[in-house]
Structures are given as structure tokens and as C-alpha cells.
Ligand binder design. Structure first.
Ligand code: RIB
Ligand code: CA
Length: 321
């Protein structure tokens, strides 16, 4: 099977870290590099966090590039209340010996020029993507597919009644990307990701399977679970980003529809993804908006790939965890 080449643009971030783990444990993917944008945490901190996840996955061979430190126009507002001061659950891990490269935007541009059929899985604000588009739009003609975890269609936001964090942090970049990317954006929004909940049961279960990866996942999600209890009164944590990776690998995990989408730049609805599902604007669809997902199938895929060798017991957990 030919591996699909991907760049993962992200803002690690607890769920970004889980998404990177999933991608690195998926034989369908060749991860060409990680480009880091500011979002959950400032980009340089995110880059350090990315190295930690690569170390856990024994993949420090994958290059990590720092991208844009600030949104196109807004001042940076991070989500360290949610992901911890360090961006991965306030574990304050020692720095990992690994290289952090400069030039995330140029890495995207150069890779699209050099490699055939590269896809981008974007798990954070779209600042790096918008900057790359502004710098070399033609280079994106080589882009194979584009998946973005972001936006909200028929569900409430997580930064305002209507706005999802990634598009709220940098609405100008999100809107620019929806208006200029030459390929349809697969919008993996809160409508589907809110259904993906990592529960204490699952964490208890994985700790019975193996030690190292489950310890890392347990450590980085504890803070996130506390946040979810305080903010939303749920026991567990919504892991948005891994669904974007899983959907890129297996389209059957989600259902959706094509629509024109744009993102609100300012005002009370800043960051809202406007999904023109009734085609009021009579514009060509620029997005495939996801509205349904099979959360059980996702969780099985997530666990079976990260915890290889335990596929049978994971399959047998239907309804148990
Ligand atoms: O709204 C959720 C998204 O914002 C996720 O990608 C999370 O990591 C944050 O970046
Ligand atoms: Ca993210």
C-alpha cells in the first residue's frame, strides 16, 4: 500500500499530541513534518511539546518547524487554561533533545513544490496555511487533500456561543484559507469532534495494556479532564484533533455534505464558521462539512493503532469501556 504523504500543522496541545501519536502509528501515513502554529500555546512551546510526543513515539527523525507566532491580525489568545501552562497538562517535562527548525511556512511551500500528492492535516489555527497561501498560492495546486479540525455548524462553539477555538484565534487566516485554498476543505468541526470523549474508563483500560504510551496519555489528559469537569460537568475529555487524523485515513468514520463556508472576522460572532447549507450566497462549495461520526469505531481505531498487539482485547471491549 502506498503511504499518503502528510504535513501535520498543529498547536500541541493535548489533543494535538494524541493526534500526532495516532498519525505516527498509522501505516497509511508518511508524516513528512510537523509545522507548529500558535494557538493552544505559543508556537515555540508547541514545538517543544511536539518533540515530547515524537520521543514517546520513537520518531524524533520527523522534523519539527516553528511557524507563525501570532495570528494575522488579532492578538494571540492561547488556551493554556485548558491545556495547562506548558500546553500538555502541566507535567512540565524536561526538554527533549531534538532540533526545532525555523520556517514552518516555507517548509509547507517547499514541500508542496518538491513532493507529489502531499496532504495537509491542520489541527490548529490556520495562520501558517494562510501565510503560505499568500506567499505561494500556485504551490497549493499540488496539494492532494486538506483536512482542518475547526469550526462549528449546528452546534455551539467553545470560545463563544458560535465560535470554535482554532477559527476564533485567527479568523482572518481561517477565512482567507477557505476563500483561497484551491482544494475543498474537509471541515472536522465540533459537530463531530464533541462526540469523541476519552473517559476515565478508557484510561484505566489502556493502563492495563502497556506502560509507556498509556502513562504519557494518562499524564497529559489529567489536567484536561479536570478542566472538562469544571467547565462542562463531564467526566472525560473531548479529544478533537485525533478525529481529523482518523477521518483522513478512513472517510467512513464521518458523514457530511459539501457547502460554501466562510469565517466571520469581527464583531459578536467573530470566528464563527458560516456554513451556507441552503446556498443563499449561490457560491461554489469550498468545504465538505462533517455532521455525523461513529465515535465507537473511532475509539477502536485510535486504541488499536496506538496499542498494537492488543487488537483482540480492544475489539472485545464493546460496551465495557
Ligand atoms: O476547538 C478545539 C481545537 O482547538 C483543537 O484543535 C484544540 O487542540 C485547539 O487547537
Ligand atoms: Ca489543536
Amino acid at each position: 500500500m502506498e503511504k499518503r504523504k502528510v504535513i501535520i500543522d498543529c498547536d500541541p496541545g493535548i489533543d494535538d499530541s494524541l493526534a500526532i501519536l495516532l498519525a505516527l502509528n498509522s501505516d497509511e501515513l508518511e508524516v513528512l513534518g510537523l509545522t507548529i502554529t500558535s494557538g493552544n500555546v505559543p508556537a515555540r512551546m508547541g514545538a517543544k511539546n511536539a518533540l515530547k510526543t515524537l520521543q514517546i513515539a520513537n520518531r524524533l527523525d520527523i522534523p519539527v518547524y516553528v511557524g507563525e507566532e501570532f495570528p494575522l491580525q488579532r492578538k494571540l489568545i492561547t488556551a493554556q487554561d485548558t491545556h495547562g501552562e506548558d500546553g500538555i497538562g502541566e507535567n512540565f517535562y524536561d526538554d527533549v533533545k531534538g532540533e526545532i527548525l525555523e520556517g514552518g511556512v516555507d517548509f509547507i511551500i517547499d514541500t508542496l513544490k518538491r513532493e507529489e500528492k502531499v496532504s495537509i492535516i491542520a489541527l490548529g489555527p490556520l495562520t501558517n496555511i494562510a501565510k503560505a497561501l499568500m506567499k505561494d498560492k500556485d504551490g497549493f495546486d499540488n496539494l492532494d487533500e486538506f483536512v482542518s479540525m475547526g469550526g462549528a455548524f449546528r452546534i455551539h462553539g467553545n470560545c463563544s456561543p458560535v465560535a470554535e477555538f482554532n477559527y476564533w484565534v485567527d479568523p482572518h487566516a481561517a477565512d482567507y484559507t477557505y476563500k483561497h485554498l484551491p482544494k475543498k476543505i474537509h471541515m472536522v468541526g465540533l459537530d463531530v469532534t464533541r462526540k469523541i470523549v476519552l473517559t476515565p474508563n478508557i484510561i484505566e483500560f489502556i493502563n492495563r495494556l502497556e506502560k509507556e504510551k498509556s502513562k504519557f496519555i494518562t499524564e497529559i489528559t489529567r489536567f484536561y479532564i479536570d478542566f472538562h469537569w469544571q467547565q462542562e460537568g463531564i467526566i472525560g475529555c473531548v479529544i478533537n484533533d485525533p478525529l481529523a487524523v482518523a477521518y483522513f485515513i478512513d472517510r467512513n468514520l464521518c458523514k457530511g455534505f459539501d457547502s460554501y463556508v466562510e469565517v466571520v472576522h469581527d464583531g459578536v460572532a467573530i470566528g464563527q464558521s458560516i456554513v451556507d447549507s441552503f446556498n443563499f450566497y449561490k457560491k461554489e462549495p469550498n468545504a465538505h462539512v462533517l455532521t455525523q461520526t461513529d465515535e465507537k469505531a473511532f475509539m477502536k481505531m485510535f486504541l488499536k493503532r496506538i496499542f498494537k498487539g492488543y487488537e483482540e482485547i480492544i475489539d472485545a471491549t464493546e460496551g465495557v469501556i
